[in-house]
Design a protein around this ligand. Structure first.
Ligand code: NAP
Length: 266
C-alpha cells in the first residue's frame, strides 16, 4: 500500500523506536494518530513531525478495555503499527502477578485486540495493513526474559496465523522483528551492552523496515546483523544449543545487566 495520505495508528509512539517510526512515516506523507500514556510527550512529538493533520490519543494499554477504546477513538485506520511494549525482563519469580498481567496485556493482548477491532473496517473499505513490532526474542529464549519471550513468541504466532486468515483479502500483515537496538529504546535505555560479538541495529533501520512493510506482502522482516539473525534461527531450530550457549558467564551477565537496567519499566 502506498503510504502517502494514509491514516496510521502508531502505539508506543513516544518510545525510542516509536519516535523514529513516526518521523519516517510522516516524512513519507502519512497522517499519524500517535498513542502512548503521556499527553505532553505525544503533543510535543506531533508538533515536531513533518506534514500536518497528525493527532494524538492518550491510552494506557495496561488497562483492561483500553485497546478497544483506542481503536474506537481512532476511527477509520488504514495502517496499524502495534509497537508499544514493556521490556518485561527479570526472573518470573521476581515479578508480581500484576506486573505479569500488565506485560501480557500491553505486549500481546493489545496488538491482538487492536487488530481484531480494526480489521472489519479495513476489510469493508477494501484496504488495510497491520504491522506488528515483534523481536528476535520471539524466536529464541534468553535468560531473564521469560515473560518478554512469552509475549514475543505469542505475537509471532498470532501474526502468522492471522496473516494466513488474511490470504486473498485486501488486508495484509507484516511482523517486523528487530534484534538489539542501539541509540534509543528499551535496550539502549537500560545501559547494558549487547552480548559480545552479536552487534546491534538502529531505530532508523527498524523504521525503514516498517515503511517497507506497509508496501509489502512479506509476513516477516527481521532487522538485525547477520550473526544475530543466525543465532536467533539456531534458537528457533535447536533450543538446546541456544540454551547451552547462553548458559555461560557472558550470556548470564549480559542478561542480568539488561534486566537490572529495565526494572523501572515494569
Ligand atoms: N529497543 C530494542 O532493542 C528492541 C528490540 C526488539 C524489539 N523491540 C520492540 O520495539 C518496540 C518499541 O520498543 P522501544 O525500544 O521503542 O521501547 P521504549 O523506548 O521503552 O518505548 C515503549 C513505548 O511503549 C509505550 N508504553 C509503555 N507502556 C505503555 C502502556 N501501559 N500503555 C500505552 N503505551 C505504553 C511507551 O510510552 P509511555 O511510557 O509514555 O506510555 C513508549 O512509547 C517494542 O515492541 C519492543 O518490544 C525493541
Amino acid at each position: 500500500m502506498e503510504i502517502a495520505g494514509k491514516k496510521v495508528l502508531l502505539t508506543g509512539a513516544t518510545g525510542g523506536i516509536g519516535r523514529t517510526i513516526a518521523g519516517t512515516l510522516a516524512a513519507a506523507g502519512a497522517n499519524l494518530i500517535l498513542s502512548a500514556r503521556s499527553a505532553e510527550a505525544l503533543e510535543e512529538l506531533a508538533g515536531s513531525l513533518p506534514g500536518s493533520g497528525h493527532s494524538v490519543i492518550v491510552s494506557d494499554l495496561g488497562t483492561p478495555g483500553a485497546a478497544g477504546k483506542l481503536a474506537a477513538s481512532a476511527g477509520e485506520v488504514d495502517v496499524l503499527v502495534a509497537n508499544a511494549a514493556l521490556p518485561s525482563t527479570g526472573r518470573v519469580t521476581d515479578l508480581t502477578d500484576e506486573q505479569v498481567a500488565r506485560m501480557l496485556r500491553i505486549n500481546l493482548e493489545s496488538p491482538i485486540l487492536l487488530a481484531q477491532a480494526l480489521l472489519p473496517g479495513m476489510l469493508e473499505r477494501g484496504r488495510g495493513k497491520l504491522v506488528m513490532i515483534g523481536s528476535l526474542a520471539g524466536k529464541a529464549g534468553s535468560p531473564r526474559s521469560s515473560i518478554y519471550n512469552a509475549t514475543k513468541f505469542g505475537l509471532r504466532g498470532f501474526a502468522f496465523g492471522l496473516a494466513a486468515d488474511l490470504n486473498d483479502t485486501p488486508v495484509s500483515l507484516t511482523l517486523v522483528a528487530p534484534g538489539f537496538v542501539r541509540e534509543a529504546g528499551m535496550f539502549a535505555d537500560s545501559g547494558a551492552d549487547a552480548p559480545p560479538g552479536l552487534g546491534t541495529t538502529t531505530p532508523g533501520k527498524v523504521a525503514d523496515a516498517v515503511l517497507r512493510a506497509v508496501d509489502s506482502d512479506r509476513i516477516e522482516i527481521t532487522v538485525a546483523p547477520l550473526i544475530q539473525r543466525t543465532m536467533a534461527h539456531v534458537g528457533l531450530m535447536s533450543p538446546h544449543i541456544s540454551h547451552r550457549v547462553q548458559s555461560g558467564p557472558a550470556g548470564q551477565n549480559a542478561a542480568d545487566s539488561l534486566a537490572s537496567g529495565q526494572t523501572e519499566k515494569r
